[in-house]
Write a protein that binds this ligand. Structure first.
Ligand code: NAD
Ligand code: UDP
Length: 321
């Protein structure tokens, strides 16, 4: 049993990770400022004596005694990370510095939830970890992708300079239950729109691609990376099945039986044209690969949104099975 800190523990991925670590018998501290996360995501775990919740903003230092840190705190949806870009940069830079300072002081192993966004609008496809990326330093996404790039630099320099035991996970688009209804990312938007009969908002012509990883696969990858001895280099974690946004919309319409139509909107600036992970390194180092197909993952996610929308008193137009 280890004492483990999860920053961003009340968020979408963080709450699944907290649940998994508790199941493995660990003591877990969830630290969150509840900007995009919610205690609701952890409600079913609140009676557990091995779980402690801390409300804290990581831009401020904190003194704790832990053996491992999963550092996930950062808004992940473009809508939320662009709401207050300066805060997003602060969270990535000052927040990661604070977590590294903590890791250094208590000699904890620390894993950063980095992102495929470090590859920007990639000119190499699929993306391998040795690709340096194609990132706009002054665009609307920069607060997030440059922020995460600096966070990776900080991690690596604390490792080289101070011997901090680091792990860097480059996470590709991940989805599943506990995404917020208002999250703004594509899978939650499309499912909510399909279920409520609203038009499906396709940005651009929908030919841009993404590769979607189901959250249970991702959590297993994060834990495998944390437990991997000497794995200090970045590791891609994602599902290499690639879909266009139009294909995704059609799949969600079919699975929900929705009457919604498609509505084409302007493509946001710097929206990556394609994205797919090369997961050779994760396969070799961790023996990890995702096992949940997009169809199965969506079938597990749609009922969560049905429940969530009913709780929020939405009229449902679709009749998913
Ligand atoms: P999320 O927005 O659901 O979770 C982020 C959590 O961090 C929230 O609970 C939020 O309240 C908390 N947080 C934000 N700023 C904070 C601060 N300053 N101090 C304390 N807590 C703060 O997002 P998610 O999808 O669960 O993403 C988790 C992590 O994984 C993020 O670091 C994100 O960059 C990374 N990631 C996610 C994806 C994905 O597709 N979901 C892809 C790549 C990387
Ligand atoms: N997207 C879309 N409609 C939406 C939300 C997103 O067409 O309602 C597109 C978006 O332009 C991008 C892709 O879906 O090309 C994935 O967007 P998301 O915000 O989920 O993640 P990211 O762009 O960070 O990969």
């Amino acid at each position: 049993m280890a004492q483990i800190l999860v920053t961003g523990g009340a968020g979408f991925i963080g709450s699944h990770l907290v649940e998994y670590l508790l199941q493995q018998g660990h003591e877990v501290l969830s630290l969150d400022n509840y900007f995009t996360g919610s205690k609701e995501n952890l409600r079913h775990l609140l009676g557990q004596p091995r779980l402690e919740l801390i409300r804290h903003d990581i831009v401020n230092p904190i003194m704790l005694e832990v053996e491992q840190i999963y550092h996930l705190a950062c808004p992940a949806s473009p809508v939320h990370y662009q709401y207050n870009p300066v805060k997003t940069i602060k969270t990535n830079v000052m927040g990661t510095l604070n977590m590294l300072g903590l890791a250094k002081r208590v000699k904890a192993r620390i894993l950063l939830a980095s992102t495929s966004e470090v590859y920007g609008d990639p000119q190499v496809h699929p993306q391998r970890e040795d690709y340096w990326g194609n990132v706009n330093p002054i665009g609307p996404r920069s607060c997030y992708d440059e922020g995460k790039r600096v966070a990776e630099t900080l991690m690596t320099d604390y490792h080289r300079q101070n011997g901090v035991d680091i792990r860097i996970a480059r996470i590709f688009n991940t989805y599943g239950p506990r995404m917020a209804v208002q999250d703004g990312r594509v899978i939650s938007n499309f499912i909510v729109q399909a279920l409520t009969g609203q038009a499906i908002t396709i940005y651009g012509d929908g030919s841009q691609t993404r590769s979607f990883c189901y959250v249970s696969d991702l959590v297993k990858g994060l834990v495998a990376l944390m437990d991997c001895e000497g794995c200090h280099e970045p590791v891609n974690l994602g599902n290499p099945e690639e879909y266009s946004i139009l294909e995704l919309a059609e799949k969600i319409l079919a699975l929900t039986g929705s009457p919604s139509r498609l509505s084409f909107r302007e493509l946001p600036k710097d929206d990556p044209v394609k994205r797919r992970p090369d997961i050779t390194r994760a396969r070799q180092l961790l023996g990890w690969q995702p096992s949940v197909t997009l169809e199965d993952g969506l079938k597990a996610t749609i009922p969560y949104f049905v429940h969530k929308l009913r709780q929020l008193h939405y009229e449902l137009a679709a009749n998913p099975d």
